[in-house]
Design a protein around this ligand. Structure first.
Ligand code: FAD
Length: 406
């Protein structure tokens, strides 16, 4: 009997495994692959990730492996307005580092797995979980295929960290797609792009956008997000990505000399949500719980932070000496409190992406209010939880206003 079985060795699963193992618990970390597989990702870590990486002892390794600081986001609208939005400079605002990081997932993910193993978690590769094991209405373990054999494992807690298409999420509840967001993403690396060095850049078009993230010297992560209906499956996704990105105002010249490096990865539909975040003996963290859109880049933060929340909520029950499977309703409540306000803010931005006049209005308004822009960046950068921000009470009103642009 394991204390915790963590399904999925992505950033969320490795963080949870590290934290459980440090408490002296017996942790098994499973992944269907030999190591975390390549991800479709903009490879931007929001500033809020840095203190968590520091707490799990991985921040120095990320810097040593070539992590680059990002001090904010520059947004270019379809009408060629520009908003230079930086994270707060005054460390007294939050007490946290005031920049994000760009780092390749091919570097970050193995580093976090290495951390978990060094801290005492046992890693089992090539274990594809296909079902949960239930007894008396509680989850008591997982079942899956391991090296050609069907195997069942028992644990007091099962943590679903198996990303989008999570088996654990579907077994604990249901997974529903977003009502109106139906996007796909195409992501690749290019050299030769004309890009900023220490900020990310977002180019807005009509109901689509493209992000440039400077990931290394003359290496740029290019991510295009468009409606699924506008994506025609093609034999040449590289050409589709670069040609479609070049139609966005201001981006054609920037990509004129860009040469793709490596494959284009496509993913969609992007937005979905698990109906149930926890059951007796199981809970969901990271993308397994849900995902909205990469525009505000909080996926990795949500993975790391939800892992911390999960450990905080489950530890008292796991450490009290009883063999009972913990009741995790407190985790579901903590998750909603921590992440739902930010989802609402992100939904507001999605309304703006759909309606260019609203995007222009927001960008023009924020350009005149640097104080509000900085505050928003503190929230977007996960430096301040959205729920602590009084002006966020404005957002329901902003959302109502957004609908008038429909
Ligand atoms: C286009 C795009 C761009 C993005 N850009 C950013 C960005 O710039 N910054 C950011 O913070 N976030 C970004 N994200 C989101 C970010 O990539 C995810 O939120 C993050 O990878 C979630 O981590 P995770 O650990 O929850 O899941 P994952 O990283 O997906 O890890 C899940 C793991 O579970 C394993 N697994 C899956 N199923 C099973 C199974 N049945 N059995 C065993 N193992 C299994 C997989 O092999 C994998 O290793 C982006 C997302 C998209 C789509």
């Amino acid at each position: 009997m394991w204390d915790a079985i963590v399904v999925g060795a992505g950033p969320a699963g490795c963080t949870a495994a590290t934290l459980f193992a440090r408490e002296g618990l017996r942790v098994l970390l499973l992944d269907k692959s030999a190591a975390p597989p390549p991800k479709v990702c903009g490879e931007y870590l929001s500033p809020g990730c840095l203190p968590i990486l520091e707490r799990i002892g991985a921040l120095k390794s990320v810097w040593d492996a070539g992590g680059r600081p990002l001090y904010g986001m520059t947004i270019h609208t379809a009408a060629r307005r520009t908003l230079e939005a930086t994270y707060p400079r005054d460390s007294d605002v939050t007490g946290s580092p005031l920049h994000g990081l760009s780092v390749r997932r091919a570097v970050l993910d193995p580093m976090l797995l290495d951390r978990a193993v060094k801290d005492g978690a046992e890693f089992e590769p090539y274990f594809q979980v296909s079902d949960l094991v239930w007894e008396d209405g509680r989850v008591v373990g997982v079942q899956g295929r391991h090296r050609g054999r069907v195997t069942a494992l028992r644990g007091r807690l099962t943590v679903g960290a198996d990303g989008r298409n999570s088996v654990v999420a579907r077994r604990v509840g249901s997974v529903t797609r977003h009502r109106w967001l139906d996007k796909v993403a195409l992501v690749s690396y290019v050299t030769g792009a004309e890009r900023a060095e220490d900020v990310g850049e977002i180019f807005l078009g009509h109901d689509r956008y493209c992000i440039l993230n400077p990931i290394g010297p003359d290496l740029t992560n290019v991510g295009l997000v468009i409606n699924r209906r506008d994506f025609t499956p093609t034999t040449d996704p590289t050409r589709f990505l670069l040609e479609t990105a070049a139609t966005l105002p201001g981006l054609r010249d920037r990509l004129a000399d860009a040469r793709p490096i490596g494959p284009v990865r496509c993913l969609g539909p992007l937005a979905y949500r698990g109906s149930q975040l926890a059951a007796r003996g199981a809970l969901l963290i990271g993308d397994a719980a849900g995902f909205l859109d990469p525009f505000t880049g909080e996926g990795l933060y949500t993975g790391l932070r939800s892992a911390e929340l999960a450990v905080q909520c489950a530890l008292p029950a796991l450490c009290n000496g009883s063999a009972a499977h913990p009741d995790l309703r407190t985790y579901a409540a903590a998750w909603r409190r921590e992440f739902l306000p930010k989802w609402r803010l992100c939904t507001l931005f999605q309304h703006a992406i759909r309606r260019p006049p609203l995007a222009e209005w927001l960008v023009a308004g924020l350009s005149r209010r640097p104080d509000l822009t900085t505050l928003l960046m503190a929230v977007v950068g996960d430096l301040i939880p959205a729920y602590t921000l009084t002006p966020l009470r404005l957002f329901p009103r902003l959302l109502t206003r957004a609908r008038t642009f429909a």
